[in-house]
Design a protein around this ligand. Structure first.
Ligand SMILES: [Zn+2]
Length: 308
């Protein structure tokens, strides 16, 4: 009996039924979101194991809570998620598909002794952490960053102050939240790896253990800012003729907005997909221990953007 219950397919179904029921009850997802969360969650439990599941669970629950946080206030200022803050399948897949691919990658590369010896499962785990850290940082930074007391600035020209909710707007509070999200994910992975190494079979040496937290913090921070940058450069933008906000919403202040720029079919979902691919790539590079490249790039980026 216990053998059946501990089989990952059975335990995954049980855990996802519990998590799904809770998420639905708390109005984090609608029906389509629930079904896709079930598929994503189950696949990650089955292929990436307990550690990967707990990491995506952190994202899922914290994003749900942050979206609900002062929802009425956000709705009043047109800063809220549509659908009463419930996420539908496009939201869930937009943030879950890249982590899911890397989770499956961990599983597949673990099957081949040659790839295991070459450290591939850990690189896939790096991609996984990078993708989830980016998505978590971006979601939490936008949901909590809108409460920033000072006006946010535009990532493409940091001297310019813009209204809250503007595409590509960044604030000190948002950046702090992004770093914190990365820190939490890294610490979760580290604690599990230290206390229950059998849940994190992809880690096989001390260097990989040491890399976890910095990898997570850096991918969260860089990935979240890349998301703002992609948003500012590429995403479709509309201007509200009532209050002057630049937004991705076709309605604002109860009126239809006017299209002003960006690629018309390039929505927030595409931006999020693009940034989680970038976050995953950074995670793989950091997983391979190539910190110098990322830190050097970050240094030049900050130098270049603070002089413009
Ligand atoms: Zn408006």
């Amino acid at each position: 009996m216990l053998d059946i219950l501990t089989h990952p397919a059975v335990s995954g179904l049980l855990v996802m039924t519990l998590v799904g029921a809770l998420a639905y009850k708390l109005h984090f997802v609608d029906i389509s979101g629930l079904i896709s969360a079930f598929v994503v969650g189950f696949t990650i439990w089955y292929t990436g194991g307990v550690v990967s599941f707990i990491i995506i669970l952190f994202f899922f629950l914290s994003a749900g809570l942050a979206t609900k946080m002062n929802y009425k206030e956000k709705a009043k200022q047109n800063l809220a998620q549509e659908g009463k803050g419930k996420r539908s399948f496009s939201n869930v897949l937009g943030s879950g598909i890249i982590p899911m691919i890397f989770s499956v990658g961990m599983y597949m590369t673990s099957l081949s002794p040659g790839l295991v010896a070459a450290g591939w499962p850990f690189l896939m785990f790096g991609g996984y952490i990078g993708a989830v850290a980016t998505t978590s940082a971006d979601t939490l930074a936008s949901e909590i960053g809108v409460f920033s007391k000072s006006k946010p600035r535009l990532i493409t020209s940091l001297r310019r102050k813009v209204p809250r909710g503007t595409i590509g707007a960044v604030s000190l509070l948002g950046e702090g939240v992004a770093l914190f999200a990365g820190l939490v994910i890294g610490v979760i992975a580290l604690i599990i790896a230290l206390l229950a190494p059998s849940f994190v079979p992809v880690i096989s040496n001390t260097q990989q253990l040491v890399v976890l937290v910095p990898m997570s913090v850096l991918t969260a921070f860089i990935g979240c800012n890349l998301d703002s940058l992609f948003g500012a450069k590429l995403q479709n933008r509309f201007v509200c003729e009532i209050c002057g906000s630049v937004t991705d919403k076709e309605f604002h202040c109860n009126y239809e907005t006017k299209y002003v720029g960006g690629f018309k079919s390039f929505t927030n979902m595409h931006v999020n997909l693009g940034s989680s691919v970038m976050g995953a790539t950074l995670g793989i590079i950091l997983g391979a221990g190539l910190f110098v490249w990322i830190l050097g790039g970050l240094f030049f980026w900050i130098a270049a953007s603070s002089s413009s």
